[in-house]
Design a protein around this ligand. Structure first.
Ligand SMILES: Cc1cc2nc3c(=O)[nH]c(=O)nc-3n(C[C@H](O)[C@H](O)[C@H](O)COP(=O)(O)OP(=O)(O)OC[C@H]3O[C@@H](n4cnc5c(N)ncnc54)[C@H](O)[C@@H]3O)c2cc1C
Length: 335
């Protein structure tokens, strides 16, 4: 067993001091549903855990400001966000993604920030008996590229890594142009969710653009007319308590049945939360159901497939077409 120091700071400043002071050897902890799993597996080996739960009262609120921007506390639980009336009314795709993620017990434990920052479920990353994983041991190679790949990515892959990003919420937030409110040793800044996670490239071990010690305190979702007609379709191996093989978020602003504005996010198929601008472009100016297959083809035009991942393209396209149909069928009063 490895000894781990534990702190429960009262303010973000105190938490950041502890994290920065440890020079990368300390990690923030909330629900622990990713972090403690990976620590037990010895994939992550923090010397200190900085528990953020005492900060929660100040960073769990969900509100909308006068510009229509919805702010979601980074330390709100997944369950709190999923049942919040503002989000249920204004951004159904966020609620649908959270309702289909993990299990009720996990959603009660886990935070929005922790959810966005969860790690890949690649079995070669999660099992230290595999000696080749560039994400875990930089420069060691990639067992998935060299052997069997199950549930791996077809978009955003590199010669060093093809591990998929597993979360349901972040692709929705990325496509909706949400940003994370981040605080660290250098002060506060705003980081677009579509850009928070780094493409693996040659350095898959560098997973996000966050500096050591930076905390996500909130997520802000800007107002767009398409938010209300937003939906999320998740395809998985069983109907509950399972990660996505492929998921799609679609948000549409329609005028007379024609798309004025569209957002498309994809999950389970890419190395990072994926916004498909190519699919969005195929939908704008079109009747969405007519353009759905064209948009799906555009979304996966750049896919890099092998015999064992080719099914992901088909599933991703089907998820996207289904989400477009679902979005069109939504009964939105003010369209
Ligand atoms: C069996 C199982 C099934 C699951 N199924 C799904 C699923 O279907 N869909 C899905 O989306 N997810 C799924 N998950 C993942 C789950 O949703 C995440 O583990 C959870 O959301 C992480 O939140 P947490 O608060 O527990 O984070 P933690 O485990 O505490 O932390 C996760 C990471 O985020 C960092 N962190 C935490 N809070 C902050 C912060 N405020 N600022 C900066 N860094 C921070 C930690 O240091 C760590 O690196 C599943 C998990 C399990 C165990």
């Amino acid at each position: 067993m490895r000894p781990v120091a534990y702190s429960r700071p009262r303010t973000p400043e105190e938490a950041i001091d502890l994290l920065v002071g440890a020079g990368g050897a300390a990690m923030p902890l909330f629900g622990g549903t990713t972090l403690l799993d990976l620590a037990k597996l010895e994939v992550l080996t923090p010397a200190r855990l900085v528990d953020l739960r005492a900060l929660r009262p100040d960073y769990r609120a969900i509100s909308r400001d006068s510009d229509g921007i919805i702010s979601i506390g980074g330390l709100a639980t997944m369950a709190e966000v999923a049942r919040h009336p503002l989000l249920r009314r204004e951004v159904p795709a966020i609620v649908a993604a959270l309702d289909q993620a993990a299990s009720p017990q996990l959603r009660n434990m886990a935070s929005i920030a922790g959810n966005v920052l969860q790690r890949t479920r690649c079995p070669y990353y999660r099992d230290i008996s595999w000696s080749r994983c560039n994400r875990r041991i930089p420069g060691s190679g990639c067992q998935a590229l060299a052997g069997i790949a199950t549930s791996h990515a077809v978009l955003g892959t590199s010669d060093a890594c093809m591990a998929s990003y597993p979360g349901d919420l972040a692709p929705v937030l990325a496509a909706l142009e949400a940003s994370a409110v981040v605080m660290g040793g250098g002060g506060r800044r705003s980081v677009p969710i579509d850009g928070l996670h780094r493409l693996p490239g040659a350095t898959p071990q560098c997973e996000t653009v966050l500096a050591p010690g930076e905390l996500i305190l909130a997520v802000r979702v800007p107002h767009f007319a398409c938010l209300k007609r937003s939906t999320f379709v998740k395809l998985r191996n069983r109907a509950a308590y399972e990660f996505a093989e492929a998921s799609a978020m679609v948000a549409l602003d329609l005028e007379g049945g024609v798309v004025r504005d569209a957002r498309v996010g994809l999950g389970g198929v890419a190395t990072v939360p994926w916004r498909s601008r190519a699919a969005e472009a195929r939908l704008v100016g079109m009747r969405p159901v007519d353009a759905a297959m064209d948009a799906a083809n555009a979304a996966f035009r750049e896919a890099v497939v092998r015999s064992d991942t080719a099914y992901k393209v088909e599933m991703g396209k089907r998820a996207l077409v289904a989400a477009i149909r679902q979005a069109v069928a939504m009964d939105i009063a003010d369209d």
